[in-house]
Design a protein around this ligand. Structure first.
Ligand code: FPP
Length: 246
């Protein structure tokens, strides 16, 4: 068996699900049709992640900047995401998965918030895959909020500023209870991070594909994971150091 075959699957995969609009346009359909088909992709990739033994799957479903889209599209996305999560909840429970949300969900209509909270509560005991949906999320929102909280604690004398480390910052992010992503996948071909998990992807391997999200298949997901398993992660050290410590 080669060394590569011994490398484990990534514990945490994060995905920027891009290209729904272009997928729809290429087929002469409304953008909402792309988002609708995107939900089917969420279903199959979540299932595949669970079967492959991935422990955390973080999906960028709606960014802080997405609030600036035409109101009609925002409303359609809000409805779609909350209905989809509610529809998927029994399947998540059956697969021992847990649903969590990161982001400023207070901006959502009250009814949609309640629906999300019900789904989270219903899956809270899952010990398999944790599906983290980033909703009304942006890294700068999250980091700013963490700074505010750390500064408040420092002003109250609860934290000594001299003792603040990168771990302190991590512990004040919305992702405090998850390990950092090992693999970041972006569909739709753009080479950017779009304000997603900027702090957490410091050492993530990045896989970008031109495939639009609604077409992203389980086979391509597996290829991304196989590709990850072949890479050498050095975390700033040299190849020799890494091989010596094996
Ligand atoms: C980006 O495509 C995609 C989104 C803004 C929304 C993604 C949302 C879903 C797939 C819905 C389901 C999510 C869950 C977790 C149930 P885009 O519209 O920016 O596409 P474009 O770049 O081609 O215009």
């Amino acid at each position: 068996m080669s060394d590569n075959a011994l490398k484990p699957v990534p514990a945490h995969v994060a995905i920027i699900m891009d290209g729904n609009g272009r997928w729809a346009k290429a087929k002469g359909l409304e953008r909402s049709a792309g988002h609708f088909e995107g939900v089917n992709a969420v279903h199959r990739i979540t299932e595949a992640a669970s079967h492959l033994g991935v422990k955390y799957l973080t999906l960028y479903a709606f960014s802080t900047e997405n609030w600036n889209r035409p109101q009609e599209e925002v409303d359609a996305l809000l409805n779609l995401i909350s209905f989809a999560l509610e529809r998927e909840t029994p399947g998540l429970i059956a697969n021992n998965a847990r649903l969590e949300i990161i982001g400023d969900i207070d901006r959502m209509p009250e009814e949609a918030q309640q629906r999300l909270r019900r789904s989270m509560a219903a899956t809270a005991h899952g010990t398999g895959l944790t599906v983290v949906v980033a909703f009304s999320y942006s890294s700068r929102w999250e980091i700013t909020r963490a700074c505010r909280e750390i500064a408040r604690k420092a002003a109250a004398g609860e934290i000594d500023p001299e003792t603040i480390t990168d771990e302190t910052v991590s512990q004040h992010l919305a992702t405090a209870s998850y390990p950092d992503p090992d693999l970041l996948i972006r569909t739709g071909g753009d080479m950017r991070l779009s304000n997603f998990l900027l702090w957490q992807v410091a050492y993530a391997e990045i896989f970008v594909t031109d495939t639009y999200w609604p077409d992203f298949s389980v086979d391509e997901f597996k290829s991304a994971i196989d590709n990850f398993r072949c890479r050498e992660r050095r975390f700033g050290r040299t190849s020799e150091q890494i091989n010596h410590s094996l």
